[in-house]
Design a protein around this ligand. Structure first.
Ligand SMILES: NC(=O)c1ccc[n+]([C@@H]2O[C@H](COP(=O)([O-])OP(=O)(O)OC[C@H]3O[C@@H](n4cnc5c(N)ncnc54)[C@H](OP(=O)(O)O)[C@@H]3O)[C@@H](O)[C@H]2O)c1
Length: 299
């Protein structure tokens, strides 16, 4: 590589690090059922566990730093679940951030269990959901969970029974807002007959648009759509993505997040990472909308 090229590359790195200064507030805000308002770029904490989302993180101190840095960068929506670790993830959030900033919303989930590394089993029975919510309240050191998501419909428990249990827990003051994950439009419609649904969390990204119609449904009905796996675990790819990243001198993960923010005003991305550097890069995507418009990457 010539010295000149190396010089350009260094300049590129310098620009990149300047561009990585950002705040989640620049993504604007989103209302969750008219009860809560959060910045429209959150943090998914799942990766702050051991391999296979099992056990404690390899570097506990680093994991705590990521959570604290997220809040410093204006993140006020953190996604977790009782099954991440299991339990480890919720405990880590409390250790890093309790007493919580006033505006911080923690969204947890129940209905899936983690019996071993990379293993999931369903349990969304009323008895299990009740026990799980009590456990989350304790681990998160809260009197009420701001957003509680049914992690997934349980094939052997009637869906209505799971949702009705969350509605009861809401009436009892243990949950503020009820939400869903891994659902179809039909599930959402059935759930909304029982209780208002503030958000839906399904797998979705620039490269994975299976749930497009659910995004549109959420937009029409003022429900937040939370895309999980928004970066395809750091491997989200596509020709347009790389072209725009090159043209705007941004990382392709940033462009992928900016695309999500632009795709719909109801999208609330929760990219996950165990690295402060990646976190800073991801949060800087909050200010990218204009850049994307110039680069014509809206479709
Ligand atoms: N509802 C559900 O069923 C469900 C399922 C899965 C996940 N979730 C939630 O969704 C959140 C996000 O999903 P996810 O973690 O599976 O997927 P993701 O956000 O697409 O990917 C996270 C992975 O991407 C890497 N990464 C992050 N930023 C990067 C960057 N700037 N450059 C390169 N690599 C980067 C991270 O590695 P490093 O640690 O090395 O940065 C991490 O392994 C989770 O934390 C969890 O809260 C929900």
């Amino acid at each position: 590589m010539s010295n000149q090229n190396m010089g350009n590359q260094n300049m590129g790195n310098q620009n990149m690090s300047e561009q990585n200064e950002g705040s989640a507030s620049l993504a604007g805000t989103i209302s969750l059922g008219g009860k809560l308002s959060v910045h429209r770029l959150g943090f998914g904490a799942m990766r702050l566990t051991g391999d296979g989302i099992w056990g404690p993180p390899k570097d506990r101190k680093a994991a705590l730093s990521v959570l604290r840095r997220a809040v410093e960068l204006g993140v006020n929506f953190i996604d977790t679940a009782d099954s991440y670790g299991p339990h480890v993830n919720e405990e880590l959030i409390a250790e890093a951030l309790f007493p919580y900033p006033k505006d911080l919303v923690i969204a947890t989930k129940a209905g899936w269990n983690r019996p071993g590394p990379n293993q999931w089993t369903h349990d969304a029975t009323p008895a299990h959901l009740r026990k799980a919510v009590e456990g989350s309240l304790k681990r998160l050191r809260l009197d009420r969970i701001d957003v509680h998501q049914l992690h997934a419909p349980d094939p052997v428990t009637p869906f209505e029974a799971s949702v009705e249990t969350l509605a009861e827990l809401q009436r009892e003051g243990k949950i503020r807002c009820v939400a869903l994950s891994n659902v179809t439009q039909e599930h959402i419609e059935r759930a909304r007959k029982i209780v208002p649904i503030v958000s839906v969390q399904n797998r979705y990204s620039f490269a994975d648009r299976e749930w497009d119609y659910v995004v549109d449904y959420c937009e029409r009905n003022h429900i937040a759509f939370i895309p999980w796996f928004p970066l395809g675990a750091g491997r989200v790819a596509g020709e347009i993505l790389h072209r725009v990243a090159k043209a705007t001198q941004r990382g392709s993960m940033q462009v992928a997040l900016a695309w999500l923010l632009k795709r719909s005003r109801v999208i609330l991305p929760i990219p996950g990472t165990s690295s402060v550097k990646h976190l800073e890069e991801n949060i800087a995507a909050a200010s990218l909308e204009e850049t994307l418009q110039k680069a014509d990457c809206c479709e």
